[in-house]
Each structure stands twice: as C-alpha cells, then as structure tokens.
Design a protein around this ligand. Sequence first.
Ligand SMILES: NC(=O)c1ccc[n+]([C@@H]2O[C@H](COP(=O)([O-])OP(=O)(O)OC[C@H]3O[C@@H](n4cnc5c(N)ncnc54)[C@H](OP(=O)(O)O)[C@@H]3O)[C@@H](O)[C@H]2O)c1
Length: 324
Amino acid sequence: MKEGQFVGPVRVLVTGGSGLLGKAIEHVVMNEGLKREGEEWIFLSSKDADLVDLKQTRDVFEKYRPTHVIHLAAKVGGLFQHMKENLHFLRDNLRINDNLLQTAHEMDVVKVVSCLSSCIFPDKTTYPIDETMIHNGPPHDSNFGYSYAKRMIDVQNRGYFQQHGRHYTAAIPTNVVGPYDNFNIENGHVLSALINRTHKAKVEGTSLTVCGTGAARRQFIYSLDVGRLLVWVLREYEEIEPIILSVGEEDEISIKDAVEMIAEALDFKGEIKYDTSLSDGQLRKTASNAKLRRYRPDFNFTPVKEAIKLTCDWFLANYDIARK
Ligand SMILES: NC(=O)c1ccc[n+]([C@@H]2O[C@H](COP(=O)([O-])OP(=O)(O)OC[C@H]3O[C@@H](n4cnc5c(N)ncnc54)[C@H](OP(=O)(O)O)[C@@H]3O)[C@@H](O)[C@H]2O)c1
C-alpha cells in the first residue's frame, strides 16, 4: 500500500534506530526535510526493547502503536565473528525477525520494510546478482547463519502477503559505509574497521596490516544514500519482492582501492602490508542495481571516495563516541 493511500496519522517505528542505518534515516528525515507534516518518527535501540524477546517486542509496539515500520535491528558482526558464531547469528536473527513481523501483523501495521544484505546471496552464482536469485543456492559458508535468517524474511514477506494481504517487503543494501558504524577492529564492518586500524597505525607510527590480499571487490554505498532510498521504499515501492539498493556494477572497487582511499583521507603515509594468510571472505558479490534504476533513474549516489572521506572525517571528529 502506498503511504499516500493510508488514511490517518502516520507513525513510523524504526528498529535498529541507534545503528549505522538508523542514524542515517534519522538524519535524512529530521535534517533533509523528508519528514512530512503530521508524521511521527520513533527510533528504537535494543535498550527500548530486546526484539529477541517476544514480550518486549509486543510491549514496545503497544507503547508506540506504529502504522509503518522500517526494520533494521539485527545481530550483525564482522567476518571473523560470523565465522565463529553462525548458530548465534541464525537463532537471534530468526527470533528478532519473526517477533517483529508477526507483532507488526497482529497490530495492523500497514507496511514493513526490512533490511536484507547482499552477503545472503548464493556463494556460487553468476554475476551480477539480482533480486530473483536470493534462494538459488547456499550462501557463503563464513556467514551462513546470518544469511539463512535474513533469507527467511523474504519467505515470510511472501507468506504475509499470500495469507493476509500484508505489504511487507525488503531492501537489500550492498556494503554500507558512513557515520555511526561499528569501527571495532575485530567485529566492525570491513571499511570502518580499516579506518580505525589506519588511524591507530598513524597515531602509533606503525605500519598498517590489512587482513587478506586486498583483492576482494565490493560495492560500497554511503549510509545517507541508503537512508534516503529506504524512506522512498517505505513511501513508494509497492512490490513484495525485495529491491537491491546499490551503486552500479561499474562502481565496485577492491579492498586495496578502499585502503588507499582511507590512507589518503587520513593522511597515513606508513607502509601498508597484506596478511595473505587471512581469509578475503567472498571474492566478489557484484549486485545489479537495474531494478532500482528503473524506479529511480536520476538518483545521485555519493561517490565512494567522498563517502570514505566523510566517514573518516566523522570518525576523527567523533572519536570519543564512535563504537570501537
Ligand atoms: N551495514 C551494512 O553494510 C549493511 C549492509 C546490508 C544490510 N545491512 C542491514 O541493515 C540493518 C542495519 O544495519 P546497521 O549496519 O545499521 O547495523 P548496526 O549499526 O550494527 O546497528 C544494529 C542495530 O540493531 C539494534 N539491535 C541489535 N540487536 C538487537 C536486539 N536484540 N533488539 C533490538 N535491537 C537490536 C542495535 O541496537 P543497540 O545500538 O542498542 O545495540 C542497533 O540499533 C541490518 O539488518 C543489517 O543486516 C547492513
């Protein structure tokens, strides 16, 4: 259902509102004029409700009575944490998503947009990957728990539509970079962990060691771009099938390219070493943004170099509060 066709006061609940994407949505809604008159936006963190727990999920929905939900909350981690704890990632995310979607249905929420991730796509596949290919084979072994839990959101959305006519859908951002990410060296996302690592090497006057060969390739998207697109998905996108939110295939870069951009942004002049004994993760997962481009041919993506520079600047300016 298009939000415009919904009659009555709109209350949008954003789960995972304290994270990288939650903060990006908050920024674009509150500071870029995307908030419409009469709309209420509520941003939740795990402190408001642990969504693994059904009662807490129901209580927070009772409290705010949302009409629309952007569901970002997830147990997320870096490559090495996923490799160690696939079962935890599977069970917590299955519960979070089931609690969220069923409670939304019971409380008559008219639209839910959940976030999947490009790492849930089949490991052995043809490129570019598109939205029709999510279930076409096992995901990469390193994060199978998280991936299968995320894939089930798509299955659930189909079920809620078939059985109850619900317009619950999902967006699939590729690798996001931006302020408020987790910059933890062990558990952070690849670029943010690298930003922290590079900063540390600069401050300590050491060389920088990058995990893996640097050959893996990724499409990085700036968090505020994803925020703008998620608000559009909530308001305008009517399909149940997911939509990939990504820069074009031609904008994919290698980790080595990204490391050089970070070094430039942070003015790091030391030696850069690659520890080739460590895993690169999936070597590529190139995604097609053709569907997005059909809907939004004119959307202007922030160039990756600028996105990295803005993230580095934010990290330095907010070093004390940054998750690390
Ligand atoms: N970042 C990416 O590159 C990327 C790419 C594709 C898709 N995604 C998806 O986008 C969504 C948001 O990612 P993100 O990078 O913004 O994550 P993030 O920065 O790690 O934030 C995670 C959010 O989820 C909340 N959360 C975690 N466990 C929870 C629980 N048990 N109950 C309630 N809330 C809980 C956290 O709350 P606290 O702050 O209180 O811990 C936080 O607000 C996720 O679903 C992720 O899979 C992310």
